[in-house]
Design a protein around this ligand. Structure first.
Ligand code: DGJ
Length: 729
């Protein structure tokens, strides 16, 4: 079997240096892991030829500590800092052994290091995913002492030295209804930190992924780019350090669990495993790195990755808390008539003593409110079956309200700093359950288990979480510094139990919209709710940025009403449909408020989407014209891996009177193939190239003249859009 991994122990000229090489299809990472020395990164980039490898060190390629610890890092930041039992703040980690194993997707390399004086061992693990061009890393930190704890005050997953140059970093921020804002800056002197301290929703305000562009201002389709994603569900900090060039010619990138208020006391004999930090390198620009992460995520991370997700109607924006039996029946009938496959009943269906009529009460009381649903959920699942669709339900199991039967029974289950007033969130009554407590873990598991065992027909659960941890304090833990970490260990235990018992049910990660969009969550989830912002114009930007690290398969995109709760803006239905069709299509509106014509448009779009969803959800993405380029345009294309089919999305976001419009160049096609073009969701007369055949080369080099502005059909020039299907003949 051809194994891409080459592990070489190359003896270099003057000293016995063990060069450990980790290859993927197109990339190499080289570490100098010489025994008794500090492990150093020698190279990360395009796959090296053996001749390059042999010359690498002698050619004077700079190398630097791959996991700087407080001692050898001297004037720079460190990835690991500790407090030894005697108060010593330094450690000295020297290579003791290097062990390599293969697994079905690549190899793992374990570089075991030891402190010669203290019982602290740090193993650096590197794992290659050959076909996806992803190499990930994490550390296993062990207190090999017999009695005393060692306090970890910084414990990053990894550090990546990057040669100084015109290096730009693209990072992401945003919060409720304004998720996934983008920030792109050159790296300059000093330290830049990207962090999340929410405790629960770790993509509120920032994201744990960055693109590092090595050739100046990033481009979508060309240029060398490294993508990095910390796969973790809790608080994190990513740091970039650019030192004074007199001392160092590198930038350093660090990523790991945020240690603030979270020092970790490692008991004697205990090993702390840091979260996985995944890197990908591509010479095909930002989109190249995105394609690698999408394919890696679908194959190795996402629950049921590689299997297309259903087209659904979610009740939230249609009825909010106003759940009732007749209303649910009507919505199910409507989505079934439009060709949808699943109906999801959102918030508002539960509560006995305290009915859930708004966000002030009832979380924790997961009993059906029979005043609203006299026939219970059993009636709804039966009705869904009659309509020929699946049924899903909303829960927020990690939370309670101070007005709930659960809180009355278990006030000690909520997170709250000892002796402090309760800090209450959403609805001024929301509280976070303390998942470090095993009794709470059992309860949260029981919420899911109770629902699934009562109504096994349920095919989909929307798992929401709408609060942070504002007042750090566990009524269960004795060491309060462990709460942030133990919360997420508890959550992982619960989710593992759920997945062991219910491997098939689809679960959506939602957290005040897109508050949990991180690869550390997605192994338990099929998809995420991208944002409560369903304004199609703003969604173009949110979905564009989300696609940097996450595939369309996981990105829920719903056709909302217009105007809707987000911006109150009027947007034509066709545009709303075309935007939602570029990810996992769904609807989030009240169908009874739609005209027959609007329903017919949605019905035909759903039918067409079924024909292209495999290309969109599982295909290779080429982002072409960015909505941020100021051209009032956004274009992107999904292609099948063998490039026999593609779907091109074209959105006019702003119409400038008289502005000349360039031809739209496509990307990602096979230049040698001929493609027939057909437009989906067409409104108005056909485009001049409808039904015609062009070579991939022509489409990528000359492009298509898509009428815009003055020549665009219809009254909505700002919101002109086209979805073009390309089929190779
Ligand atoms: C927040 C979510 O983002 C919404 O989609 C909806 O499920 C509400 N919670 C329900 O309370």
């Amino acid at each position: 079997m051809k194994r891409m991994i080459l592990l070489a122990a190359v003896l270099l000229s003057n000293m016995a240096a063990a060069q450990t090489v980790i290859n993927t299809k197109n990339t190499s990472l080289v570490i100098d892991a010489s025994e008794t020395q500090v492990p150093r990164l020698v190279y990360y980039g395009t796959r090296l030829a053996e001749s390059d490898l042999a010359s690498l060190s002698s050619a004077g390629f700079g190398s630097t500590a791959v996991y700087p610890v407080h001692n050898d890092a001297s004037t720079s930041l460190e990835a690991l800092s500790v407090r030894m039992p005697d108060g010593n703040l330094s450690t000295d980690q020297r290579v003791a052994s290097v062990v390599t194993d293969s697994w079905e997707g690549g190899a793992t390399v374990r570089i075991a290091c030891k402190d010669p004086k203290y019982p602290l061992e740090v193993t650096l693990v590197f794992k290659s995913y050959e076909d996806q061009d992803v190499i990930s890393t994490w550390t296993e930190i062990r207190n090999s002492g017999k009695k005393k704890g060692i306090v970890l005050t910084r414990f990053d997953s990894g550090c990546l030295p990057i040669r100084q140059g015109d290096v730009w970093v693209t990072s992401f921020g945003g919060s409720w209804a304004g998720e996934m804002t983008v920030n792109c800056q050159p790296l300059g002197p000093g330290v830049r930190s990207i962090f999340n301290k929410d405790g629960v929703r770790n993509t509120q305000t920032s994201h744990a992924e960055v693109m590092i562009s090595l050739d100046g201002k990033p481009r979508e389709l060309t240029g060398r780019v490294i993508g990095a994603a910390l796969c973790y569900s809790g608080n994190y900090e990513l740091r970039f350090e650019t030192g004074d060039t007199r001392y160092s010619s590198i930038h350093r990138f660090f990523a790991g669990i945020d240690p603030s208020n979270s020092n970790y006391t490692l008991a004697a004999g205990e090993t702390f495993v840091t979260p996985e930090l995944a890197y990908s390198f591509s010479t095909e620009g930002l989109s190249g790195v995105s394609r690698n992460f999408h394919s890696w995520g679908r194959k190795y991370k996402l629950a049921h990755g590689g299997v297309v997700n259903d087209i659904l109607l979610n009740s939230w924006e249609g009825v909010y808390f106003d759940i009732n039996e007749a209303g649910m029946h009507q919505m199910m009938r409507d989505i079934a008539d439009m060709g949808g496959e699943l109906f999801v009943m959102d918030d508002g269906w539960f509560g006995d003593k305290y009915p859930r009529n708004d966000d002030h009460t009832s979380l924790g009381d997961w009993v059906v409110d029979r005043r609203k649903l006299p026939g219970g959920v059993e009636d709804l699942v039966a009705e869904a079956a009659k309509d020929g669709i699946k049924f899903g339900i909303w829960i927020e199991p990690e939370m309670t309200n101070s007005r709930s039967e659960l809180f009355e029974a278990h006030p000690d289950w909520v997170i709250n700093a000892p002796g402090r007033e309760l800090v209450q969130g959403r609805g001024d009554t929301q509280l976070v359950l303390d998942l470090s407590n095993p009794a709470v873990q059992d309860f949260v598991f029981g919420v899911f288990d109770g629902i699934m065992s009562k109504w096994p027909q349920i095919a989909y659960i929307k798992w929401d979480a709408n609060m942070d941890i504002p007042s750090q304090g566990s009524q269960y833990l004795s060491n309060q510094e462990h709460l942030y970490i133990e919360y997420h260990r508890g959550l992982a235990r619960v989710l593992d139990r759920i997945r062991a018992k219910y491997p098939d049910v689809a679960v959506q990660a939602c957290a005040s919209g897109g508050g949990r969009v991180n690869w550390g969550f997605l192994p338990w989830f099929d998809e995420f709710w991208t944002s409560d912002n369903t304004d199609a114009l703003q969604r173009i930007f949110i979905q564009w940025n989300t696609s940097y690290f996450f595939p369309a398969e996981a990105m829920a995109a719903h056709i909302g009403a217009s105007p809707n709760h987000t911006t109150g803006r009027e947007i034509p239905l066709k545009f709303r449909i075309d935007v939602a069709m570029s990810a996992r299509l769904g609807l989030e509106l009240q169908p009874s408020a739609m005209s027959a014509e609007e329903k017919a448009l949605c019905k035909s779009a759903i039918a067409d989407y079924k024909g292209i969803r495999e290309i969109v959800q599982l295909g290779d993405l080429y982002r072409i014209v960015s909505p941020y380029d100021g051209k009032g345009l956004c274009t992107k294309l999904y292609a099948t891996p063998c490039k026999d089919k593609a779907v091109f999305f074209w959105y006019r976001t702003v119409y400038f009177n008289g502005e000349p419009v360039a031809a739209s160049l496509l990307a990602g096609l096979d230049p040698e193939k001929n493609y027939r073009i057909t437009e989906l969701n067409r409104v108005g007369s056909p485009l001049s190239f409808e039904g015609k055949v062009f070579s991939g080369r022509f489409l990528m080099e000359q492009g298509l003249d898509i009428p815009s502005g003055n020549t665009a059909p219809g009254p909505h020039r700002d919101y002109a859009s086209h979805v073009l299907c390309l089929t190779a003949e």
